[in-house]
Design a protein around this ligand. Structure first.
Ligand code: HEM
Ligand code: HEM
Length: 176
């Protein structure tokens, strides 16, 4: 089993990052939606800290993923209908943009509240001024971008399960 990618296979490194992040992102979309709708009180306030810690972890993983793919480029997609190829590539680029923008807007909005953002107890820098206007703007952006991310996830899963050409097998087992 190889850690790196080859011209026709996903290595273990890429597959582990893909599935860990897929689980993390889908979990965080549900967790965030729950947070935004719950009635906040003393007993559930700590859930915000968990959401922030997992979110920052996913931001770090997004950078790791980008660097990893520069070191070991993933294989070209299996041949398919041209418009589907273009759509899949567009979704992948959209993912990379959102994997950075979603946690960053969350971090900016949270910094603007004046409350410390912590990564499992480690206090991170405030990356925005304490400001209600920034808070409203960036929480609105965080919320809207998560909806876009969820739409891309649905499209991506539909594309992956619909194909019967070894594309999914290649992301699970490495080879098609
Ligand atoms: C990939 C990572 C992340 C995902 C997928 C995600 C997802 C979500 C979702 C779906 C919501 C609910 C939005 C709504 O329905 O209005 C939400 C809310 C929230 N997110 Fe994130 N989030 C991520 C990262 C972060 C980070 C890094 C922070 C801060 C450091 C953060 C802070 C918050 C806060 C404070 C809320 C609650 C806002 C409110 O009470 O309305 N998120 N997130
Ligand atoms: C939030 C969840 C997900 C994200 C952000 C995501 C992101 C990506 C990205 C960016 C790629 C391109 C390769 C790379 O750069 O790593 C990819 C490939 C792939 N993903 Fe996902 N993915 C998610 C969930 C899933 C799920 C649930 C499935 C299966 C049902 C899936 C199946 C695949 C397959 C089969 C490929 C390979 C496509 C090819 O060979 O061209 N992904 N994914």
């Amino acid at each position: 089993m190889s850690l790196t990618n080859g011209p026709d296979r996903f290595g273990a490194g890429t597959r582990v990052i893909h599935w860990v992040m897929a689980l993390g992102i889908i979990g965080m979309l549900g967790f965030g939606t729950y947070l935004a709708r719950m009635t906040v009180n003393m007993s559930n306030f700590h859930l915000f800290a968990w959401h922030k810690s997992f979110g920052i972890t996913l931001l770090v993983l997004a950078f790791v993923r980008i660097v990893w793919h520069r070191l070991t480029p993933p294989p070209a997609p299996l041949p398919s209908v041209p418009w589907q190829d273009r759509l899949a590539r567009g979704v992948h680029y959209g993912f990379y943009a959102l994997l950075l923008l979603v946690p960053l807007t969350g971090w900016i909005a949270s910094s603007a509240t004046g409350i410390d953002v912590q990564l499992f107890g480690l206090t991170l820098p405030h990356i925005a001024p304490t400001s209600e206007a920034w808070e409203d703007l960036f929480f609105a952006a965080h919320s809207a971008l998560t909806k876009l991310l969820a739409a891309l996830v649905v499209l991506h899963i539909a594309g992956a399960v619909k194909r019967r050409d070894g594309t999914l097998r290649r992301m699970v087992r490495g080879r098609d």
